[in-house]
Design a protein around this ligand. Structure first.
Ligand code: GUN
Length: 278
């Protein structure tokens, strides 16, 4: 029988721990404040931003919401980021991605002070992660590590395979698994004999962005499978990059979609806001 890793429950545990910590900090006169900026009104982004605001409220973090019109210029956005960088009462800044096409995403990510970059997307934080220095870590891969640890799954010495190489998930995921002493392979859409490699994994993290791509043919008997993907299928139901029904009977543990990795991203964002760049 396989274990279904309950991301909803684990994220709730983390949020409750953070809530206590924030209350203790408040008693000592320390407050946390996250600024969330959304440019335009992409419906998916609005849902994410709203969930972030609600999580802040639950934990006791102050949140500042900037809902800017689609036609906001790059200069205006950079100016706002600059002013938030300078504010002592704001300790986290997040620009919801994607930004409209007329705005250069790279410039935006570079403009956020690395000290307030709770998304962990600034090159300074990415670099710090890769050389083992303290800094903010991208929330989704940090959430995957928490899912594994809090489910009692050992990483050290294991064959870890990451399928996907994005800047937000695949690359930082590989760095984090390495930091936990896993033996890490990164593969992607251009990898030859992909199944041969993913089948070596004791821990397989899938962040490839293709609905239900990974079926039983990709997975070793008894592996742990973490599904980072989230898609809506033709019946408007949510599904991941992993074909759960095909894969689950062969694994020792697996994350569902929804209710696996998804809720962990916000929990780890809250963790970054509370803990700072340790
Ligand atoms: N868009 C999709 N995921 C994310 C995320 O983790 N952070 C930000 N800022 N934008 C996103």
């Amino acid at each position: 029988m396989y274990q279904v890793i309950d991301g909803k429950k684990i994220s709730q545990e983390i949020k409750d721990e953070l809530k206590e910590k924030v209350a203790a900090m408040k008693a000592e006169g320390v407050e946390r404040c996250l600024a969330v900026i959304q440019v335009g009104s992409d419906p998916a982004s609005s849902v994410y931003v709203n969930n972030k605001k609600k999580a802040c409220e639950y934990i006791g973090i102050k949140s500042l919401a900037y809902e800017l019109p689609e036609e906001t210029t790059e200069e205006e956005l950079l100016e706002l980021i600059g002013s938030l960088n300078a504010r002592e009462d704001v300790n986290g800044i997040l620009v919801q991605l994607p930004v409209p096409e007329h705005i250069n995403e790279d410039k935006v990510l570079l403009a956020i002070s690395p000290k307030k970059d709770v998304d962990g997307f600034h090159p300074v934080n990415v670099g710090n992660l890769s050389i083992g220095r303290p800094g903010y870590v991208s929330c989704t891969p940090a959430g995957v590590i928490q899912l594994l640890k809090r489910s009692g799954i050992e990483i050290a010495g294991k064959e870890c395979v990451v399928l996907g190489r994005s800047n937000i998930v695949g690359k930082p995921m590989a760095m984090l698994l390495l930091r936990e002493n896993g033996t890490v392979t990164v593969c992607h859409s251009r990898t030859r004999d992909l199944r041969e490699i993913t089948k070596r994994a004791d821990i397989l993290v899938v962040a490839v962005g293709r609905p239900k791509m990974v079926d039983a043919g990709y997975v070793k008997e008894g592996a742990v499978v973490i599904d980072v993907g989230i898609h809506r299928n033709e019946n408007n139901r949510l599904c991941g990059d992993v074909d759960f029904d095909s894969v689950a009977p062969h694994v020792s543990a697996i994350t569902p979609v929804p209710g696996g990795v998804g809720p962990m991203t916000i929990a780890m964002l809250m963790n970054n806001c509370v803990e700072g760049c340790r």
